[in-house]
Design a protein around this ligand. Sequence first.
Ligand SMILES: *Cc1c(COP(=O)(O)O)cnc(C)c1O
Length: 381
Amino acid sequence: MSQSPPTRARVTIPLLDLRAQFAPLRAEIMAAIEAVMESQHFIMGNQVRALEAELAAFIGVRAAHGCASGSDALALALMAAGIGAGDEVITTPFTFVATAGAIARLGARPVFVDIDPRTFAIDHDAATRAISSRTRALLPVHLYGLMADMAPLMELAQRHGLTVIEDAAQAIGARYRGEAAGAIGAMGCFSFYPTKNLGGAGDGGMVTSNDPNLAERVALLRDHGSRRRYNHEILGTNSRLDELQAAVLRVKLRHLAQWNERRREIAARYRAMFEAAGLADVLQMPAEPAERTHVYHQFTIRAPRRDQLREFLQRAGVATEVYYPTPLHLQPLFAYLGYRAGEFPNAESASREVLSLPIYPELPEAHQIRLVATIREFYGL
Ligand SMILES: *Cc1c(COP(=O)(O)O)cnc(C)c1O
């Protein structure tokens, strides 16, 4: 899988421009990389330890443990919670494959429930109905940078003795009633894939927790169940974050709060521009429920005639993306679960209507102006 390939050769307004982020940080990042190279210490050293402490402080949790990817963060969290064969984990079908993939990898069963059509997050009434005697955990996803409605989910989990694991891969820095993504459930899972709000120079991930026992288990599991060299307490794996990644991420973490704020300003500008263009009633803007801080990993609208609009924008050199065109219950990979088309109407209509527009802290206002004008032209307004 390549990292966001250009959809057409003539793209002049890209979805994301990582070089614009790198340019002002070049000296700092290159110095951080050089320091690791000079040390020749690449695995589990000072950089990883420092990043873990800094991220735990940023999110407001007792512990954070780096690992190899966001996908592994999910698997490690589920393993730490003791999830395995025969267990059921309730999650959303409207997410990246890794969410349910982590559940299935452990031999457990992903149980999909429909989403709230405004926030795209798991619907807690649907989750309530899906609980069985085998349900062990809830795995909500904070899609596009907006947190799921956590209070009723936590209450539901408490009532049934379930572990809540947050898929916060798209929502680092997002808040719900003052608490950060990854600080509410038993564990939070993050990704440092290069295009995420905090992106590394390669793959990386992290698991957060306020529970010392779970945090300790994650720490063991990612390093072959070993606390002491060649002494293995439990069956784990090699899923460590490396020093080079940690060094780069530490430089970027210092800018994350400001970058997220900038994404929010750009989102507000989109809203104002769509309003002024008379498109506010044609397109559905992203929801921003009270007491939730959206960090706009994506600015995702719902649009009539979505595919034609996307094609029109593409021909005008404007890149957009569809996250995600096929809900997970209809993916070949999960055919064995026996779901059918029509079973989750909100997820299915979302997959037909969503369109993510360019958003990143350095996005030029001129790009937004041109994009909105092109959309207006498409709808003949
Ligand atoms: C990116 C992402 C993941 C997986 O993260 P990787 O680091 O790519 O393995 C999991 N869940 C969601 C919602 C994501 O967006």
